[in-house]
Design a protein around this ligand. Structure first.
Ligand code: ADP
Ligand code: MG
Length: 252
């Protein structure tokens, strides 16, 4: 047995057999995400707020990591730094060995488009675009053409929304909007998927559906998944749980 069994018998964790276990079995671990001595402080008026106080974390390729911790502990800030949406005060974030904190905004945007999918708690769909156009957008921005319409339709079908293609976000329920956001996040086959409380705004039935789809799509793609969650039932499905408190990792 090379790994800990993380789910109790009888529970269903769709993403359970993630590819990092295959790597482990073969004795190869690719370290996809490396976080070194990462800090983030901001000036709030005359005061300085230390949001992250020195985070060290290595996430092998294909692993599913649940980030937990009380509100205000720095979870969203950490995820934003992993996506290069924000820059740290000090420390490094390496994706496949490349220090993204050294990249220009333009270089980071290209790398993000190529490697990273992001799912937010509040969906962040573009209100003036239909469901299908929202899913197409990342592919169009990247200048991809052959097969992009088919890929968007495949993904919308995959999340059960083929018949809602032409709907605008305002015409969709929260759960449906989040499913469109999932289709968009997977549009360019990211090797890293970051999700910040993706079911936080949903009732439990839609939340479960979104989560199942997220884990299924993730398993299909073999992406590394880092998910902020408060839900023990979700965390139980993860390969690993990391607990943040007050800007520090306090437990694994
Ligand atoms: P979490 O996602 O764990 O709830 P966040 O990463 O959103 O935590 O925030 C961590 C702490 O940093 C919180 O106390 C929050 O108020 C503070 N914070 C985050 N962004 C800002 C900002 N732009 N200005 C002031 N305080 C901020
Ligand atoms: Mg947060």
């Amino acid at each position: 047995m090379y790994w800990k069994q993380t789910s109790s018998p009888g529970s269903s964790c769709i993403g359970q057999f993630s590819i990092w276990r295959a790597f482990l079995r073969n004795g190869i671990i690719l370290s996809l995400i490396q976080v070194r001595a990462l800090t983030k402080s901001i000036a709030a008026g005359a005061r300085r707020v230390d949001i992250l106080k020195g985070i060290d974390l290595e996430i092998p390729s294909g692993q599913f990591v649940a980030i937990m911790g009380p509100s205000g502990s720095g979870k969203s800030t950490l995820l934003g730094l992993l996506a290069g949406l924000d820059s740290p005060t000090s420390g490094q974030v390496l994706l496949d060995g490349e220090d993204i904190t050294k990249l220009s905004e333009d270089q980071m945007a290209v790398l993000r488009g190529r490697k990273i999918g992001f799912v937010y708690q509040s969906y962040h769909l573009i209100p003036t675009l239909t469901a299908e156009e929202n899913v197409l957008l990342p592919m169009e921005l990247a200048g991809e053409e052959p097969g992009e319409a088919a890929r968007a339709r495949y993904l919308l079908g995959r999340v059960g929304l083929e018949d809602r293609r032409g709907h605008y976000p305002v015409e969709l329920s929260g759960g449906e909007q989040q499913r469109v956001a999932l289709a968009r996040a997977f549009a360019r086959r990211p090797s890293i998927l970051l999700a910040d409380e993706p079911t936080g705004n949903l009732d439990s039935a839609s939340g479960q559906m979104v989560l199942d789809l997220l884990l299924e799509l993730n398993r299909e793609q073999g992406a590394t998944l880092v998910m902020v969650t408060h839900e023990p039932s979700v965390a139980r499905c993860a390969d690993r749980r990391v607990l943040l408190r007050d800007g520090l990792i306090v437990a694994e």
